[in-house]
Ligand binder design. Structure first.
Ligand SMILES: NC(=O)c1ccc[n+]([C@@H]2O[C@H](COP(=O)([O-])OP(=O)(O)OC[C@H]3O[C@@H](n4cnc5c(N)ncnc54)[C@H](O)[C@@H]3O)[C@@H](O)[C@H]2O)c1
Ligand SMILES: O=P(O)(O)OC[C@H](O)CO
Length: 332
């Protein structure tokens, strides 16, 4: 039985811990709070993030990263994108030199504009073949309940991607492999921003034509950015692109969509933040880095610019929507 460390016991880290244990691994989770570790060890659940979900007995937890990483063959990084660098800096001396890393994060680091696998490579000094990313339409609650879902495991080392595919395969969780790490990470980060704009539109009372327009044009601008950064266009038609976009833009379980809805109903950023139960809506910060990345790549991303304006420049959603509709006409 392989021993896998999951660093982060939030909603997705916990759901992924359950998947890995159901697939046959021994899973040790790092939790920030003692109560979370106790809850997992004593009650086999994580009541704050996934109430009612029973975790397999092969899942345990600790707040001590040394204990969690001791003997681990793989380490899953399940902390928010903007805190990952600081967390990993604390853990880097505890990583075995040949350890494999799997990033679950869906964001772009602010300031550096790095994808999260690039942050991992820089901080841990690992070659890119040792770093994989997992991304797809995977709302944590549904996966934790055992509802059927698929995902993508991307790694430039195809043999490693195939090994991880086995490690993550269960009767309810079906991973596909891909070698397009850039496309999977860009798709995962941009869909959160498009989910915010879909939520804003819904909060403003707009209907399904608007939602479908935002999803489709959101996919177009995400693909433009990804391709400019070296990604394959086909990745954006797959699970880590369109698949995740649809799940996040339409589900009431999405933190990003829900956050946007509250903004669209007229709440402030602070009010919307308060309602997240301490969970991360990655698009709120990543929209800034994605806008900067798009400028650097010379790519237009009007919807992402709109979200940035509403979230961080005091933009009024109605005025921003009117301006978007008045953009010059163009071929599809
Ligand atoms: N929840 C989902 O459905 C889902 C699905 C796929 C991918 N993701 C991605 O996985 C990543 C982790 O998401 P999550 O849903 O588990 O987030 P979460 O907010 O539910 O949990 C984050 C975890 O990171 C820990 N953490 C460590 N350092 C932290 C810090 N400085 N600030 C805040 N939290 C800190 C928290 O204690 C918590 O255990 C995100 O990039 C997210 O986009 C989430
Ligand atoms: O809850 P969100 O908005 O962070 O989205 C969760 C997942 O990324 C969906 O795949």
């Amino acid at each position: 039985m392989a021993r896998i460390a999951v660093m982060g016991a939030g909603s997705w880290g916990t759901a992924v811990g359950k998947v890995l244990a159901d697939a046959g691994s021994e899973v040790v989770m790092w939790a920030r709070r003692e109560e979370a570790a106790d809850d997992i060890n004593t009650n086999h659940c994580n009541g704050k993030y996934l109430p009612g979900v029973v975790l397999p007995s092969a899942v345990s937890a600790s707040t001590d990263p040394a204990q969690v990483l001791d003997g681990a063959e793989e380490v899953v990084l399940a902390v928010p994108s903007q805190t990952l660098r600081a967390n990993l800096e604390n853990w880097v001396d505890l990583l075995a030199p040949n350890i494999g890393v799997i990033s679950l994060a869906k964001g772009i680091e602010t300031g550096t504009l790095m994808r999260i696998s690039e942050v991992v490579a820089e901080v841990a000094g690992l070659p890119e073949g040792q770093i994989a990313v997992l991304s797809g339409p995977n709302l944590a609650r549904e996966v934790a309940e055992g509802q059927p879902a698929a995902t993508v495991i991307a790694c430039t080392d195809a043999a490693r991607a195939a090994r991880l595919q086995d490690a993550f395969s269960t009767r309810y969780f079906r991973p596909y492999t891909n070698n397009d790490v850039v496309g999977c990470e860009i798709g995962g980060a941009t869909k959160n921003v498009i989910a915010l704009v879909c939520g804003i539109a819904s909060g403003m009372g707009l209907g399904d034509n608007t939602a479908a327009t935002l999803v489709t044009r959101g996919l177009a601008e995400s693909t433009r950015l990804g391709v400019a950064l070296g990604a394959s266009q086909t990745t954006f038609a797959g699970l880590a692109g369109l698949g995740d976009l649809v799940a996040t833009c339409t589900s009431p379980l999405s933190r990003n969509r829900t956050f946007g809805e509250r903004l669209g109903r007229g709440e402030t950023l602070e009010q919307a933040q308060e309602a997240t139960n301490g969970q991360v809506a990655e698009g709120v910060k990543s929209c800034t880095s994605i806008v900067e990345l798009s400028h650097r790549a010379g790519v237009e991303m009007p919807l992402t610019e709109a979200v940035h304006e509403i979230c961080h420049e005091g933009g009024n959603a109605v005025e921003v929507a009117v301006r978007l509709m008045r953009r010059s006409t163009k071929p599809e």
